[in-house]
Write a protein that binds this ligand. Structure first.
Ligand SMILES: *[C@@H]1O[C@H](CO)[C@@H](O)[C@H](O)[C@H]1NC(C)=O
Ligand SMILES: *[C@@H]1O[C@H](CO)[C@@H](O)[C@H](O)[C@H]1NC(C)=O
Length: 831
C-alpha cells in the first residue's frame, strides 16, 4: 500500500510543517475572514499560500507570501487597489469582492514586538543578597520530618522547600501538606508552563511530563526542550508545580499533576504564534502558567496584541470544555522602579489571575509590584532565601529561584489541586475562590475593607496570600457562579486640563439599577476604566477610581522613570478591589498630576466597564471577541447611543452639586459640561440607529430633560446647542468655525461646552481612514465622527470608506450584530 502512504505522508508532513514559519524568508499575514469565506479563495486571489488556521481562533487564518518585503503589505495594498478601482468606477461598489470579507489583516512583523521578559528577580539591592546560613536551613523541626515520613516524601530538598512547609517561620508557607495528606496531589490536572522550555528529560519531571500539551514555538517541533544556555526558567517553574515525589530535588505543589511546556520565550515570536500558544491544546491543558510579560522597567506600557487578546477570550470561553482555560500571570518585578502591574496588559487582563510575591518572613519583597488588578500573593524570594526547585539537567536542583516568576507557578499548582477535587470549576469560579480563600498578610499596607465581601484588599497584597488548604476546602463544594455579564458605559468626554499638585481632576458617572438590570448584571467582579489622557510626562500621572461604596482603587500610579510623552492612549486599567459590589451608584475617576513642573496634561475621556455575575443565567451571552480598536467602537455606535447615554446618565450625578468637593479632591463640575458637550456633539449626527431606539423607549426624551441643573443653565445649554445646530446646518464648515470663536468669546467664563469642538478642530482636517495597523488615537476617530456628520455629502477622498475601514467597518458590523443581540436580550428581559 505504498501509494496510500505516499498520499497521506505529504499531508501529514504539511500539517507538521504548518507552524514552522520562517520569518527570515517569508512574510506572514494573520487574517480574520467573515464566517463561511474560504481562505483558499483569498489566497488564490492574492497569490499567497494558505498556511492554515490560526490556532483555535475561529475564522482566523495564516497566509504566507514567498518573498519577504519590508514595509510592504500584500493584502493592504490589494485592498487599497480595490478601493482605487472603485473610485475610478472600474468595479462597482456593490460588486461583492473577496477582499470585502477581510475583517482584520495583520502582517506579522517580529521587529515590531516588545520583548517578553522572564520575571526572574532583578539584582537585589545591596543587603538583601546575603544567603541564609546552611545551619539555619538545616535546622529541621521534627514536624517537617514527620510530614515527609507520613507522605513518603524522600526528596532530599523537601526540607529546604520552606514554601511548602516552613519550620523556621511557621505559618509562612502555602499550607499544602494537610491537602496532600487527604491524597489530593493533582491527579488528573494539567498545568502548561508557557516559558523558555521544559526539561522533559529531567528525572524530576519526566514522569509527569505531558507531551500532548507541549510544543516548541521557538524551534518549531513537539518537544519544548531547553536549548539556549539560559533556557532554565521554564524548567524551574515547572518543578515548582509538578516536580515528582521521588528521590530527586524536592516536590511540586501538585506533584501528581501533569506538566506541559510551551516554549515561546527563547526567540521573538509573532503575535499570531503567541496567540496559538495561548490556546495550545486547550482542551487538555487546564492551567497556563505565565511568568513573563513586558519589561518591568517602570517605563513600558504594553498590552497583548489583538490576536493574543482574542486567544485569551477564546481560551476562557472555549478552553477546557467551555469551563475556560485558567491563565496565571506573575505580576512583575518592577516595584523598585515604581512599576505597577496596571501598566501591563497581561496582568491587568480580567482573564488572568495576577500573582504577586511575599517572602519567607511574610514581608513584601522589594521587587513585587502592586496594583489594583492583583488578586493574590504567594511565596517567593526575599529575606535571604529563595524558592528551591528543579533545574535543567537529569538530576539538577536549583535553590535560587525567585521574583514573581516563582510566585505564579505556586498558585497554578494550588489550582491543579483544586481541579482534582472539583474539575467543574470555571475560570471565574477559580477567581472567586482565589479572592475568598486568600488569607490576609499581617503587614502594614493600604488594607481597605471591601464591605461587599467582608474582606480587606491591599494594592500590595491583593486579597492576601494563597492558602492551599483553604482553597481546596472551599473548592470542594463550590457551586458554580452564574455566567458572566457586563455593562459597558458610554465614552465620557472630559477634555479638561489637569491641575498640578495634590488636587486632581474628577469626573463621575452614575450607574443606575435599571442599567445593570438591562445588562443582566447582578454583582461585580472586574471593573475596568479605559481612558485617554494627554500628558507630556506620563509618569507624573496617577488615577484613582472610587466606587459607589467609597472603595478606592489606585488604578494608575506615579512612575518616576516613565517620561513617555504620549500619556494614556486608549489604555484599559483594571481593578479587582470592587469584587462583590453591586456597581449601582456614582463612579468617580480622579486624575492627578502631583509633580508641579513644566509637564502638563489634559484628561480627554474615559469609559467604565463593569463585569460580573449575571442575574439570569439563561439569557447570559459570551462576550464578543475584542475588536482591533475595541474602545474606539464609539466611532459607529456611540455617535448616537453613547452620547445619549452619557447625557442620560452622567448628568444627574452632578445634580445641584457646587463645583466643590466631597473630599480632598477638587471635583470640577465636569459631567455637567460633558453632557452639554456630548449632546451638542450627538445632535448633528442625528440618525439614531433604529435598533438602538428600540432598546430604549426613552431614546429621545431622555437627553432633553433637566440635565439636573438650574433652569438658566438649561436654557444656556439648549441655547448653545440650538445655535450650534443652526449654524452648522445653514453655513457649513467655515461659518461653523467662526461661530464657534464668537460663541467662545461670549462664553469665555466657561468654555467647557466647546472644548470638544476645540478638540475636534485639531483633528477634523486629518484623513479619517485609519490604517488597521495604526493604533489610532481615539481623538482621530472621534474627530471623524463629527467630521462625517458636518461634512455630509461632500465628495471627500478621505470620507472614511477607506480600505482599512472595509476591515474595521466589518468589525463594527460584528459589533452591531452583538448590539442587536444585546437589544434582543434586553427586550427579553422586559417581558
Ligand atoms: C492550614 O491547613 C490546616 C490543615 O492542614 C487547617 O487546619 C488550617 O485551617 C489551614 N490554615 C488556614 C489559614 O486555612
Ligand atoms: C489517591 O488518589 C488517586 C486518584 O484518585 C488514587 O488512584 C489512589 O489510589 C489514591 N491513593 C490512596 C492511598 O488512597
Amino acid at each position: 500500500m505504498w501509494w496510500w502512504s505516499s498520499l497521506v505522508l505529504p499531508i501529514l508532513l504539511a500539517r507538521v510543517c504548518e507552524a514552522q514559519r520562517n520569518y527570515d524568508a517569508h512574510d506572514y499575514y494573520a487574517v480574520h475572514l467573515r464566517h463561511g469565506v474560504q481562505p483558499e479563495d483569498l489566497s488564490s486571489h492574492l497569490g499567497l499560500h494558505y498556511e492554515g488556521p490560526l490556532g483555535e481562533l475561529e475564522d482566523h487564518h495564516i497566509f504566507r507570501a514567498d518573498e519577504r518585503q519590508h514595509e510592504y503589505d500584500h493584502i493592504e495594498t490589494s485592498i487599497q487597489e480595490l478601493k482605487w478601482r472603485r473610485r475610478r468606477r472600474e468595479i462597482g461598489a456593490e460588486e461583492p469582492h473577496i477582499l470585502d470579507h477581510i475583517l482584520l489583516n495583520e502582517k506579522q512583523e517580529l521587529h515590531k514586538r516588545f520583548p517578553l521578559v522572564k520575571r526572574e528577580p532583578s539584582p537585589a539591592p545591596p543587603g538583601l543578597i546575603s544567603r541564609q546560613s546552611k545551619s539555619e536551613i538545616k535546622d529541621y523541626t521534627q514536624q517537617g520530618l514527620d510530614i515527609a515520613e507520613e507522605l513518603a516524601i524522600a526528596d532530599p530538598n523537601f526540607q529546604a522547600q520552606w514554601h511548602l512547609f516552613n519550620h523556621i517561620q511557621p505559618g509562612n508557607d502555602i499550607n499544602v501538606t494537610g491537602v496532600w495528606a487527604t491524597n489530593i496531589t493533582g491527579h488528573g490536572s494539567t498545568v502548561c508552563i508557557v516559558d523558555d522550555g521544559l526539561d522533559l528529560d529531567s528525572d524530576d519531571l519526566k514522569a509527569n511530563y505531558f507531551a500532548e500539551g507541549s510544543y516548541d514555538f521557538n524551534d518549531p517541533g513537539p518537544d519544548p526542550k531547553p536549548r539556549l544556555s539560559d533556557d532554565r526558567h521554564g524548567t524551574r517553574c515547572a518543578g515548582e508545580v509538578s516536580a515528582v515525589r521521588n528521590d530527586i530535588c524536592g516536590v511540586g505543589v501538585a506533584y501528581d499533576s501533569k506538566i506541559a511546556g510551551v516554549r515561546i520565550l527563547s526567540k521573538i515570536i509573532s503575535n499570531a504564534d503567541e496567540a496559538v500558544a495561548m490556546n495550545y491544546a486547550y482542551q487538555k491543558n487546564q492551567i497556563y502558567s505565565c511568568s513573563w510579560g513586558p519589561p518591568d522597567n517602570g517605563e513600558s506600557m504594553e498590552a497583548p496584541n489583538i490576536l493574543i487578546q482574542r486567544a485569551m477570550v477564546n481560551g476562557v470561553q472555549k478552553g477546557r470544555g467551555n469551563l475556560g482555560s485558567i491563565y496565571v500571570f506573575a505580576i512583575g518585578n518592577g516595584a523598585a522602579s515604581d512599576d505597577d502591574c496596571n501598566f501591563d496588559g497581561y496582568t491587568n487582563s480580567i482573564y488572568s489571575v495576577s500573582v504577586g510575591g511575599i517572602d519567607r518572613k511574610g514581608l513584601h519583597p522589594y521587587y513585587s509590584e502592586k496594583c489594583s488588578a492583583q488578586l493574590v500573593v504567594t511565596y517567593s524570594s526575599g529575606s535571604s532565601d529563595y524558592i528551591h526547585t528543579t533545574d535543567v539537567g537529569q538530576n539538577a536542583c536549583y535553590d535560587r529561584h525567585g521574583g514573581t516568576s516563582a510566585a505564579g507557578p505556586l498558585v497554578a499548582g494550588i489550582y491543579a489541586l483544586a481541579l482534582e477535587v472539583n474539575p467543574g470549576l470555571t475560570w471565574r469560579d477559580i477567581q472567586y475562590l482565589t479572592v475568598l480563600s486568600a488569607v490576609k498578610v499581617e503587614q502594614p499596607s493600604d488594607w481597605t475593607m471591601n464591605t461587599a465581601l467582608g474582606k480587606e484588599f491591599s494594592h500590595q497584597f491583593g486579597y492576601g496570600k494563597a492558602d492551599a488548604w483553604a482553597f481546596v476546602e472551599m473548592a470542594r463544594d463550590w457551586k458554580n457562579v452564574k455566567p458572566q455579564a457586563w455593562y459597558f458605559g458610554p465614552w465620557l468626554h472630559v477634555k479638561h486640563a489637569i491641575p498640578q499638585g495634590e488636587k486632581g481632576l474628577a469626573s463621575s458617572f452614575e450607574v443606575t439599577e435599571t442599567m445593570l438590570k438591562e445588562a443582566n448584571l447582578e454583582r461585580l467582579e472586574h471593573v475596568t476604566v479605559t481612558m485617554n489622557v494627554e500628558h507630556t510626562r506620563r509618569g507624573d500621572l496617577s488615577v484613582e477610581l472610587k466606587s459607589p461604596t467609597g472603595m478606592v482603587s489606585h488604578i494608575a500610579t506615579h512612575r518616576r522613570n516613565d517620561a513617555a510623552k504620549e500619556g494614556y492612549v486608549d489604555w484599559t486599567f483594571m481593578s479587582v478591589a470592587h469584587w462583590g459590589e453591586s456597581g449601582i451608584g456614582k463612579w468617580t475617576v480622579i486624575v492627578k498630576d502631583t509633580n508641579v513642573n513644566e509637564h502638563k496634561g489634559t484628561f480627554t475621556d474615559w469609559r467604565l466597564k463593569l463585569y460580573g455575575e449575571s442575574i439570569d443565567a439563561k439569557i447570559a451571552k459570551p462576550l464578543p471577541l475584542p475588536k482591533q480598536h475595541d474602545d474606539d467602537d464609539h466611532d459607529v455606535v456611540h455617535t448616537q447611543t453613547a452620547s445619549v447615554a452619557t447625557t442620560t446618565v452622567a448628568v444627574p450625578t452632578e445634580t445641584g452639586k457646587p463645583p466643590g468637593n466631597p473630599d480632598d479632591h477638587q471635583h470640577r463640575p465636569v459631567n455637567q459640561k460633558v453632557s452639554a458637550t456630548t449632546t451638542a456633539g450627538s445632535k448633528p449626527t442625528g440618525t439614531p440607529a433604529e435598533d438602538e431606539a428600540q432598546t430604549d423607549p426613552n431614546f429621545l426624551p431622555r437627553p432633553f430633560p433637566t440635565f439636573g441643573v438650574s433652569k438658566r443653565t438649561q436654557i444656556w445649554i439648549y441655547g448653545a446647542v440650538t445655535l450650534i445646530l443652526a449654524f452648522l446646518a445653514a453655513l457649513g464648515g467655515w461659518w461653523w468655525w467662526m461661530r464657534r470663536k464668537n460663541l467662545r468669546r461670549w462664553m469665555a467664563r466657561d468654555e467647557y461646552g466647546f472644548e470638544m469642538v476645540d478638540h475636534d478642530d485639531d483633528d477634523a482636517s486629518r484623513p479619517l481612514a485609519n490604517g488597521n495597523g495604526v493604533v489610532g488615537g481615539k481623538g482621530k476617530r472621534r474627530a471623524g465622527e463629527l467630521y462625517d456628520a458636518f461634512a455630509e455629502g461632500t465628495d471627500d477622498e478621505e470620507d472614511g470608506d477607506g480600505v482599512f475601514d472595509l476591515g474595521s467597518d466589518d468589525e463594527d458590523e460584528d459589533e452591531d450584530q452583538g448590539r442587536k443581540e444585546m437589544a434582543g436580550r434586553y427586550r427579553d428581559e422586559d417581558r
